[in-house]
Every structure is written in C-alpha cells, then in structure tokens.
Design a protein around this ligand. Structure first.
Ligand code: PLP
Length: 225
C-alpha cells in the first residue's frame, strides 16, 4: 500500500520534472531532493527502494535521528531551513551532503569558526530572499553577489556551491516567476565563482522553477502525501 502510493507520487513528480526540464533543454539536468519533514522513516526507506537517494530535512534533531537510523542506506542528506545557533555544532558533526540555508554573514562566520576548530569543511548554498518577504530568511537580492564573494574570501571552511531560494508565497504565478528569475540571474552571475547549484522549487511551484532555470528541486508534500 505505502509502496504503491509512494511509487505513484514519485513517478508523477519525476515525469513532471522531466517535462519541465526538456522544455528548457535536453541538457538541463535537475536533481530531486525529497523533503521528509512531514513523513516518517518507513516512507523514506520505501522511497529509497524505489530509487530515490537524496533526502532533505529542516530540523537538525530530525536530521540526526534519521541519519542514524537509516545509516546502512547510501543516502545523501540535505539540511534546509533556519539553523539555530545552538544547533551549529550538531550539524557539523552530522556532515550533511549540503547545507542549503546559509542565510547571513553572521551565520557564515559562526559556522566557519567551528568548522575550522574541527578541521572540517561544509558544502553550502547561499539562501536568497528573492521574494523580499519579511517572514523569509536569506540575504537580499542586491547584496547577494557581494556577500557570496565575501564568504569565499573570508570563510574558507565553507564551500559555496550556489544559491537557494523559496518562491514568493502567493497564488500569482507572475510574482512567483519574478522571484525565481531574480534568483536565477544572481546564480548566472555567480558562475564565475564556480556556482553549480540553483535550488528553487517546492511542491506547489517546481515546474515553474525549472522553467526559470532551477537545477535542484526540494519536494515534500507532493511525494509523501
Ligand atoms: C518543507 C520544505 C520544502 C518542501 O516543501 P513542500 O511544499 O512540502 O514540497 C522545501 N524547501 C524547504 C526549505 C522546506 O522547508
């Protein structure tokens, strides 16, 4: 039952991703990260059996317990969402594949300092608040490039791989598209620093995000519902 439901949902998402990415270019490859925060370990295990390898969480505690109990599976783990400063050490200990929500210089400095003490590095994405919404984390559109360069310059334990953004929270497709286009433009300008990941798109807007150039989508509810 669970397996059949997840297979159907995953197939549908993969099909939609395929359709959207082909409309951009045959060579536009998109990675799917399944966000398990509303789900359970059994579902993650089942999705693994169906071929899914990359998973995301938005709470360090949940990330930890899932990484531990699914340790025997060759999974990739992504952390996304606001990182509280009292969780920094734990996240470093967990060594996630990618931390997608580096959202300020202050956090960059704190992470770098503690990574340095442990002689470790962490791959990160700079989160951009392209919707310009107060409720959202991330650096502003106009400062993003400067901050990206500054992090590369000053915080060598952080390995910046690109940008992440959450689309504008609205039904207005034009507005959502605008926020994705802004993020993608910044991503383009950061290619000179070897940025390779443009993470945009969730359950409600991933096809649009891909059409705007996203090459990593983070999908939760549509897969696990
Ligand atoms: C929860 C979450 C997602 C997935 O959201 P859905 O709408 O359930 O697909 C993606 N990105 C972040 C940062 C999230 O917190």
């Amino acid at each position: 039952m669970l397996k059949e439901k997840l297979r159907k949902n995953l197939d549908e998402v993969i099909w939609n991703i395929e359709e959207a990415r082909i409309s951009v270019s045959e060579h536009h490859i998109v990675k799917l990260v399944a966000v398990g925060k509303y789900s359970d370990e059994e579902s993650i295990k089942t999705l693994y059996k169906l071929g899914q390898r990359a998973f995301g969480e938005n709470q360090v505690q949940q990330l930890e317990s899932r990484m531990q109990s699914l340790e025997e599976l060759p999974l990739e783990w992504h952390m996304m969402g606001r990182l509280q400063s009292n969780k920094i050490n734990k996240l470093i200990e967990l060594r996630p594949t990618l931390f997608q929500s580096l959202d300020s210089l202050k956090l960059a400095q704190a992470l770098n300092q503690r990574l340095e003490a442990r002689n470790q590095t962490m791959s990160c994405l700079l989160q951009i608040n392209s919707a310009n919404e107060e409720s959202k984390a991330g650096v502003g559109v106009y400062e993003a490039e400067d901050i990206y360069a500054q992090i590369i310059e000053s915080y060598p334990q952080l390995r910046l791989k690109g940008v992440m953004s959450i689309g504008t929270h609205t039904q207005d497709k034009k507005e959502i598209q605008k926020s994705f286009e802004l993020t993608h433009k910044i991503y383009d300008n950061l290619k000179k620093y070897n940025a390779t990941i443009c993470s945009m798109g969730m359950s409600s807007d991933y096809q649009l995000a891909i059409q705007c150039g996203s090459n990593l989508v983070r999908i939760g509810s549509t897969i696990f519902k």
